[in-house]
Design a protein. Sequence first.
Length: 399
Amino acid sequence: MSNSMSTFSARIGLWALAVGMLLSPEALQAAAPYPLDQTFLLHSRPGATKRVYLDFNGHIGIEGTYAPFNFEGSGDTFSNAELTVIQQAWKSASEDFLPFNVDITTQDPGVEALRKTGAGDTEWGQRAVISASNWDYSWSYVGSFNYDTDYECQIYPGNNSWIWIADSISHEVGHSLGLNEDGQKPGDGTYYEGHGSGATYWSPIMGWTKMTEPYGVSQWSKGEYTNATNKEDDLAKITTLNGFGYRPDDHGSTRSSATAIASGVLAEGIIEQNTDIDYFSFKMPGSGNVKIAINPDNLAPNLDILAKLLDANGTVLYTSNPLDALNAQFDVNLAAGDYYLSIDGTGFGNPAIDGYTDYGSLGYYSVLVVVPEPATMMLLIAGGLGMLLRRVKLHRRRR
């Protein structure tokens, strides 16, 4: 096989992987995101001056003494299964806070990096202790993120699944950032558990996520569902009350500021705000087929993707926003030239009863564009002649 054909085949394989043809959701969720020896070195935004420390190691706190997180074997060491759950819980909670200029970390930053000592202090945050030793429920003090003490919140690990732990972390840390419960009337009004079905099942982070697959999306909310008990603007409160705002935009929001993307090279980005649109550019060296896969986080996505493919003049040629799915993809034929890809967070259905708006559709995405190389196009166009030339090349190699 020629080098150009083998390269193109490899890139097609990458695209197949990107659109989920080669790995099942079960396989993705069974694996730790990083090598296990890095479990207590994880950071979602290294260098941020505001942070949330996920403390799985045990802690002597203000409200009590907490044993380390443990669900199998000795409590003195972490098993591989425990380390995997810790990493997955960190990854899921990080997705909830990815739009913001705050670091979700499993590495102990020290007490002074967690308490706000005064007007001149620039570094503080919240300790979230994950332990089942004291209470069989999770709790936090509203506004404790800005306390002048290292006042912990407790995360009860429940069934010890990453989804239970992660959603409890985000919920309780949400309280520490000044947020209140999201409920629904009638009833006791506490912990709205969401609505919808499948990948687009929706629940508010300050409510409660269902614990059965598919988990759907869990997002920050402003009470747009029917009979919501809490209409507060989560995003506004998070980004104005706690010494941090949104992350800086990572990709341009216009064609003129688009990020160039090479064929077969995975690019990544974040939709930080619901007004954010990220642009990428790529070239078609000749007429042919282009395959594009845009995927949200593979474990616990918050982002529902709306993607558009535009020509050099900015005319929208194709739009992808699959019904009942969060990803987007294109498999189309294009003429030679310059093209653009826009990526945006979007909503689904009726937010009052079975869907959501784009308000909380924020978070991570990856992009893979596969464009045939010129030599590959010539072989494909030549047809039988191309195959003959290939046989000659193979024959010469055997000699």
